[in-house]
Design a protein around this ligand. Structure first.
Ligand SMILES: Nc1nc2c(ncn2[C@@H]2O[C@H](COP(=O)(O)OP(=O)(O)OP(=O)(O)O)[C@@H](O)[C@H]2O)c(=O)[nH]1
Ligand SMILES: [Mg+2]
Length: 267
């Protein structure tokens, strides 16, 4: 009996570490299982965020916006790009849009949107469409550019420092329109004058902002500090080109917009 008792006690003692190790193993496995679940959850969340970002950035931004001051020629360009036809226009008071088939081997279709240039309507339409912009065609009347340089620069400044546009970085095509008129300024000259004007504008604007909120700025600073402003300093691609929505041979003839069409084909 005594021998039996001893045996039981012995086996009782020898079982304890075994039970302990099994318990430990189960606990460890629990932890591994928990970590596994967490990793799986993290993967699912990251995939969802990535997909959302990928899908919205690729599929939603398919608009090509025609913007610019009043009378720059946006509506006529809109008509010429879509149908090739000349159209008598009136100051636009609302937007118009249509699918635009790009002339390239991929035959991509963008949505071309003509926005009103009038000062009182400009910002509300820009707000409506800016997040969908893949490209912005900034139309300039090259014939009266000298007179409008300040207004053109101010409008361009608003666009180039806009938070949404800076984030999405649509391509900017500055279309120096009305090249059929003899007094028209060249794209090169317009670019230089705008660089000069934006150089002063960014100083006055950021000074005004910092005195307003007392934070010393905080909005997007155009170009590189301490250097004269050049469009090449921007993270956004800005391309200057010449065109004539009217065309050099009159209203019934073709427009001269090949440079614009080939830039749109490369988007
Ligand atoms: N000579 C010449 N005239 C043009 C050209 N493009 C447009 N125009 C004329 O300029 C005027 C204004 O053109 P629109 O297309 O209506 O201008 P817009 O930019 O749409 O103006 P808003 O709608 O007021 O913002 C019209 O009389 C057009 O015929 C061009 O390349 N050459
Ligand atoms: Mg118009």
């Amino acid at each position: 009996m005594a021998g039996n008792m001893d045996e039981n006690t012995d086996s009782g003692i020898s079982l304890e570490p075994y039970i302990e190790s099994v318990r430990q193993q189960l606990e460890d496995q629990d932890q591994i299982f928990l970590i596994g679940v967490l990793v799986a959850l993290a993967v699912v969340i990251i995939t969802c965020v990535f997909l959302k970002y990928f899908l919205t950035s690729k599929t939603v931004r398919s608009a090509v916006l025609l913007v610019g001051l009043c009378d720059a020629g946006k509506t006529l360009l809109f008509s010429r790009l879509l149908s090739g036809k000349f159209k008598r226009t009136q100051t636009s008071i609302t937007d118009s849009s249509a699918p635009y088939k790009v002339i390239n081997e991929r035959n991509t279709i963008w949505t071309l949107i003509d926005l009103p240039g009038h000062e009182s309507l400009r910002s509300q339409y820009l707000e409506k469409f800016k997040s969908a912009a893949r490209a912005i065609v900034f139309v300039v009347d090259s014939a009266i550019f000298q007179k409008e340089v300040r207004d053109v620069a101010e409008f361009l400044y608003v666009l180039l420092t806009d938070a949404v546009l800076c984030k999405n970085a649509p391509t900017f095509l500055v279309a120096c329109n009305k090249q059929d008129i003899t007094m028209a300024k060249s794209a090169k000259l317009i670019q230089q004058q705008l660089e000069k004007e934006l150089n002063t504008l960014r100083v006055t604007r950021s000074a005004a902002l910092s005195s307003q909120d007392g934070s010393g700025g905080g909005s997007v600073y155009l170009g590189k500090k301490g250097k004269d402003f050049e469009f090449s300093q921007l993270p956004i691609k800005v391309e200057f080109l010449e065109c004539s929505a009217r065309g050099t041979k009159g209203e019934e003839a073709e427009a001269d917009i090949q440079a614009l069409e080939s830039s749109l084909a490369k988007l």
